[in-house]
Design a protein around this ligand. Structure first.
Ligand SMILES: Cc1cc2nc3c(=O)[nH]c(=O)nc-3n(C[C@H](O)[C@H](O)[C@H](O)COP(=O)(O)O)c2cc1C
Length: 183
């Protein structure tokens, strides 16, 4: 059996903490001791040509949207990461999400990560959970919120052991649930 895990980073920032958290998730996924072969891919929206979603936009003008959607559609599990912007998710996260629908997410297992510069991330995770429900993604109970992000990362990745543990637990649950859904 094989399990394909895609992480989607919703930050435009070059040194994004959200991306670093998701890179940690994917590294963990690759080393999990599970029956399935785990394949991972990072969809860093900073590097994707994704015009502002417009239902009237001609197919030829959608930039890289269709390639990005294909990645999500083929995934067994998707880990979504967003910076906390004004107590919610980023426009980058939502713009990509607006391209997505049931075809991408129906029966897909989803994990959530929110990264805050300040002290609170709860509403961001709630908003992400409810908008993923809107496309019938199956969001797992575990989720990871990271506060005071500057203190939790260095240039290599996550330096906070507690955050690393929580990301690892989320990753294990996402891969486990993806297996239970049939891989
Ligand atoms: C437009 C904007 C709004 C923000 N709003 C919040 C906020 O409401 N709460 C908070 O804790 N941090 C807020 N921040 C800080 C970001 O959450 C923080 O910089 C985070 O690390 C960004 O993630 P990234 O490194 O992946 O880009 C905001 C930053 C920007 C640019």
């Amino acid at each position: 059996m094989s399990t394909r895990v895609v992480a989607v980073s919703g930050s435009q920032r070059a040194g994004s903490y959200t991306r670093r958290a998701l890179e940690h998730v994917l590294r963990t996924a690759e080393t999990l001791e599970v029956d399935a072969d785990v394949h991972t891919e990072l969809l860093d929206l900073r590097t994707v040509d994704l015009p502002l979603y417009d239902p009237d936009r001609p197919a030829a003008d959608r930039g890289d949207a269709d390639d990005a959607l294909r990645l999500v559609r083929r995934a067994d599990a998707v880990v979504l990461g967003s910076p906390v912007y004004h107590s919610s998710y980023s426009s980058t996260f939502k713009n990509f999400h607006d391209y997505c629908g049931f075809d991408e997410y129906d029966a897909t297992v989803v994990g959530l990560v929110a990264v805050a510069g300040g002290g609170s991330y709860g509403s961001t995770l709630e908003h992400m959970r409810s908008t993923v429900r809107g496309v019938h993604g199956v969001v797992v109970p575990r989720q990871v919120g990271i506060r005071n992000a500057r203190e939790k990362f260095d240039t290599e990745g996550v330096v906070d052991a507690g955050i690393r543990d929580r990301l690892d637990e989320l990753t294990a649950q996402v891969v486990d649930y993806a297996g239970r859904f049939g891989g």
